[in-house]
Design a protein around this ligand. Structure first.
Ligand code: PGA
Length: 254
């Protein structure tokens, strides 16, 4: 049972939401909650939009809460107008970056090969890469979930990934922002499959944290977070309020 050994990671993906005011309110509140229970056995990570990373880094100082970004470019610098490089994220206080989220795969046409080059850039910059995979509703309906997840995993993870800095998030596209979730049994099947692939590909594949994402909230966190081989959550909507996000952390730890 690897899932009971790995310390859960609860990661908040703010997406394109927030402001300086919300960043301040949310992170002040979250830091206070964490401060009351510093020994709660979960790791917390927040991933605000890029313009708020520096403010977030200041607010999180000494809180024990880590900071991440939502994307990076595959190159370390250069003529790429509007893009953000992984070393810049590290320089601004990030320790992680979300890559290959289904919204980026859909909005920006990111292929798994492209995601792998970004993940490599993230690792080279000393960041943890949180690589997202997941099937659409149509793919699920035709019974292709495991095939899709296998192909995305194989294509998106760089060959030199190591457990300390590689996290996988399984996010069924149809569960994101919809209030719908797979059953715990369905999640267990996908996570067991991902675990067996990672163990086959990497010598420390048993230690890579596997997050579930898609409509996670405080009310369903305890159930979803205790599915075998689930080692935390990638949280969208419920990461925008300190109490909601903290409630998920409590559910994961309990
Ligand atoms: P949700 O989003 O929690 O709002 O469903 C999750 C995600 O897209 O990471």
């Amino acid at each position: 049972m690897t899932s009971s050994r790995l310390r859960p990671l609860i990661a908040g993906n703010w997406k394109m939401n927030g402001s300086r005011a919300l960043t301040t309110e949310l992170l002040t509140g979250l830091s206070a909650l964490r401060g009351k229970q510093p020994d709660l056995a979960v790791d917390l990570l927040v991933c605000p939009p890029a313009p708020y990373l520096t403010l977030a880094a200041q607010l999180l100082q000494g809180s024990g809460i880590a900071l991440g970004a939502q994307d990076c470019h595959a190159k370390a610098s250069g003529a790429h107008t509007g893009d953000v490089a992984a070393p810049m994220l590290a320089d601004c206080g990030c320790s992680a970056v979300i890559l290959g989220h289904s919204e980026r795969r859909a909005d920006h046409g990111e292929s798994s090969e492209h995601v792998a080059t970004k993940a490599k850039a993230a690792l080279d910059a000393g960041l943890t890469a949180i690589v997202c995979v997941g099937e659409t509703e149509a793919e699920r309906d035709r019974g292709a979930t495991l095939d899709i997840v296998s192909a995305q995993l194989e294509g998106s993870i760089p060959a030199d990934a190591e457990a300390g800095r590689l996290v996988v998030a399984y996010e069924p596209v149809w569960a994101i922002g919809t209030g719908k979730t797979p059953t715990p049994d369905d999640v267990a099947v996908v996570h067991a499959h991902m675990r067996s692939l990672l163990k086959a590909w990497f010598k420390d594949g048993a230690e890579m944290r596997l997050l579930y994402g898609g409509s996670v909230k405080a009310a369903n966190a305890a159930t979803l977070m205790h599915v075998p081989e689930v080692n935390g959550a990638l949280v969208g909507g419920a990461s925008l309020k300190a109490d909601d996000f903290w409630g998920i952390a409590l559910g994961a730890a309990g």
